[in-house]
Design a protein around this ligand. Structure first.
Ligand code: FAD
Length: 364
C-alpha cells in the first residue's frame, strides 16, 4: 500500500507536533508518524522551563542557543494563547520569573561571574542579596549567599501543551498515526522520496521532517545527511504538597537542579544530566542527589509527597545546539537536537521548519 503527502514528520514529541500543526496551517498535507503514542517521549518528562536567561552558557554554542531561546520565549505567549483558543485546553503558562540561588561562597562567586556575563549580553538579570531573595521566596533557607533574578524566564506545563498540540493537529487535519514506527527514510539519488514503516508500508512524501528526538540517529540515513544525536539522560521527580500551593512561587534554580512550581501545590524537581546512552533506569543515586540539593535550599520540600519519578533522554548534538532546517538531501528537514531546551524552542522550531517546507526560509 502506498500513500502520498506533502510532508511526513517522524516523531510525535513537542517538536514533531508543533511542526505538524504549523505546516498544516500553511496549507501542506501532513502525516505525523509516531512509533508509540504522541507526547510520551522526552517531552512528557520535561519540567517546562522557558528559561533562556537562566540557561545561557559561555561560548559560541551558548550564544546561538541564547539567540534561539530569546526569540522562542518571545513567541510563547502568542503560541500558548493560540493553542488555548483553538482547543479550549489550558497550557499552563506561568509568568513567574526565575531565581538562581547560590548556597555557598564558591557558588556565590560563580553567580557574580554569571551576572557580569548576562549584563555583557544586555540580558535582564538582577543581583539579589539573600534578604531580598527570601522576601520573594520565604521558603529559601536563611543560609543562601546570593541570588540572581531573571524576571522574564517563565514556565509552562509540557503535558498540557502536548495534549493541546495533539488536539490542534487533529483539528487542523494532520493525519496522526500512532504505533507506527518508521524504519527508514527513502531516497532516490540526492532526493528524499518518503519513508518506509517497520510494517513494510511505504509513504511517499515530498519532504520528510526528522523529529525523532534522541532516536533520530537510528533512522539509518547516509553519512552525508546524518547528524549525530546522542541521548543525555535526565532523572526528574514530581512532588505534591498536600496542603496546597504556596511553598514556592517562582522557578528556583541551583547548582545541579531546579524546582518548578505548577501553582497548584505540585512541583517538579529536576534533573540529573548523565551520559548513559539509552539507559532509562532511575537510580537511587540520582534521586538522592536531587533531593539532597533541593532540601539544602528549600527545607520545606521534606513535607512534599513523591508523586512520580521519571527518566527522559535529551536529544543532543555534539555541541548541544539544535539542528533545525534543511538537511543534507533534497527534501530532508531536520528538527532535532534540542537538548535541554525543546519545550522553550518549540514555537520557533515550528516556524523555521514551516518556512523551510514552504520555501520561505529566511535564516540568520
Ligand atoms: C529531565 C528533563 C527535563 C527537561 N526540562 C526541560 C525544560 O524545563 N525546558 C525545556 O525547554 N526543555 C527541557 N527538557 C528538554 C526537552 O524535554 C527536549 O528537548 C524535548 O522534549 C525534545 O522534544 P522532541 O519532540 O525532539 O523529542 P521527544 O519528545 O522524545 O519526541 C520524539 C518522538 O519520536 C518518536 N520516535 C522515535 N523514533 C521513532 C521512529 N523510528 N518512528 C516513529 N517515531 C519515532 C518517539 O517515540 C518520541 O515520541 C528536559 C529534558 C529532560 C530529560
Amino acid at each position: 500500500m502506498s500513500d502520498s503527502v506533502d510532508v511526513a514528520i517522524v516523531g510525535g514529541g513537542i517538536i514533531g507536533l508543533a511542526c505538524a500543526c504549523r505546516a498544516r496551517q500553511a496549507g501542506l498535507s501532513v502525516t505525523l508518524l509516531e512509533r508509540e503514542r504522541t507526547g510520551e517521549g522526552t517531552s512528557h518528562v520535561a519540567a517546562g522551563m522557558l528559561a533562556p536567561v537562566a540557561e545561557v552558557e559561555f561560548g559560541e554554542a551558548g550564544r546561538r542557543v541564547l539567540d534561539l531561546g530569546l526569540r522562542s520565549a518571545g513567541m510563547w505567549p502568542q503560541f500558548g494563547a493560540e493553542l488555548e483558543a483553538r482547543t479550549g485546553l489550558a497550557v499552563g503558562l506561568r509568568r513567574t520569573g526565575t531565581l538562581v540561588v547560590a548556597r555557598d561562597e564558591d557558588e556565590a562567586r560563580e553567580l557574580e561571574r554569571q551576572l557580569v556575563f548576562r549584563e555583557s549580553l544586555g540580558l535582564r538579570a538582577e543581583r539579589l542579596l539573600p534578604s531580598a531573595a527570601r522576601e520573594l521566596e520565604p521558603a529559601l533557607t536563611p543560609t543562601i549567599r546570593l541570588a540572581l533574578h531573571a524576571p522574564e524566564d517563565h514556565s509552562v506545563d509540557p503535558r498540557l501543551v502536548l495534549e493541546a498540540l495533539r488536539q490542534a493537529c487533529e483539528l487542523e487535519g494532520v493525519a496522526v498515526r500512532e504505533h507506527t514506527p518508521v524504519a527508514s527514510v527513502e531516497q532516490d539519488g540526492e532526493r528524499i522520496t518518503g519513508v518506509v514503516l517497520e510494517s513494510g508500508e511505504r509513504i511517499d512524501a515530498g519532504q520528510v521532517v526528522l523529529a525523532a528526538g534522541a532516536w533520530t540517529s537510528e533512522l539509518g540515513l547516509p553519512a552525508e545527511a546524518s547528524i549525530p544525536v546522542r541521548p543525555v539522560k535526565g532523572q526528574i521527580l514530581r512532588l505534591g504538597d498536600p496542603t496546597g500551593p504556596g511553598l514556592l512561587t517562582k522557578v528556583v534554580r541551583f547548582h545541579g537542579g531546579y524546582l518548578v512550581p505548577r501553582g497548584d501545590g505540585r512541583y517538579v524537581l529536576g534533573a540529573t544530566v548523565e551520559e548513559r546512552g539509552h539507559d532509562m533506569h532511575p537510580t537511587a543515586g540520582g534521586v538522592y542527589e536531587l533531593l539532597r540539593d533541593a532540601h539544602e535550599l528549600v527545607p520545606g520540600i521534606e513535607e512534599l509527597r513523591i508523586e512520580e519519578l521519571s527518566v527522559g533522554l535529551r536529544p543532543s548534538t555534539p555541541d548541544n545546539t539544535p539542528v533545525i532546517g534543511p538537511g543534507g538531501l533534497e527534501g530532508l528537514v531536520w528538527a532535532t537536537g534540542h537538548h535541554r531546551n525543546g519545550i522553550l524552542l518549540a514555537p520557533l522550531t515550528a516556524e523555521l521548519v514551516t518556512s523551510t517546507l514552504t520555501g520561505t526560509m529566511v535564516l540568520s
